[in-house]
Write a protein that binds this ligand. Structure first.
Ligand code: SF4
Ligand code: SF4
Length: 131
């Protein structure tokens, strides 16, 4: 059985961060106004303004992702996430099926590299704004 049962919980009140490449890929597919900049400078996916906020790309009628093929890289890794404080990859225990997932070393390294790219991008944006 697939570990993910597509419950959609990870698309509710999403705080998924985006790299420049994620923003560019999704924008190039014709989508606009799908991200905010959080107080730490991360690009993050927007949620709907419903009582139960959902990622703007979540389709309620089909319980699916509208941009599945081009979704942010972080959505592909999930429930594998990078814990900054522990400086390691963990399976997010918010996912109800977290105990069914195993950490794959290669994927974990890819996630760490991806996070480093995003941090470098934030740093470049912030030095541009300062300058
Ligand atoms: S919360 Fe977990 S089980 Fe539910 S859709 Fe996301 S990854 Fe799959
Ligand atoms: S982009 Fe798709 S997979 Fe990612 S949070 Fe939004 S609806 Fe879920």
């Amino acid at each position: 059985m697939e570990p993910c049962d597509r419950c959609g919980l990870c698309c509710q009140k999403t705080e998924m961060i985006l790299s420049n490449a994620d923003v560019e890929r999704i924008s190039n597919a014709g989508y606009q106004d799908f991200y905010d900049v959080d107080p730490d400078g991360f690009y993050v996916l927007k949620n709907t303004l419903d009582d139960l906020p959902l990622c703007v790309f979540y389709q309620k009628n089909t319980n699916s992702c509208m941009i599945y093929a081009i979704r942010p890289k972080g959505c592909r890794f999930y429930p594998l996430i990078y814990n900054v404080d522990l400086n390691k990859c963990v399976i997010d225990d918010f996912c109800p099926r977290h105990s069914s997932f195993r950490i794959d070393g290669t994927e974990c390294q890819e996630l760490i590299n991806y996070y480093a790219v995003i941090e470098a991008e934030i740093s470049r944006r912030s030095s541009k704004n300062d300058g």
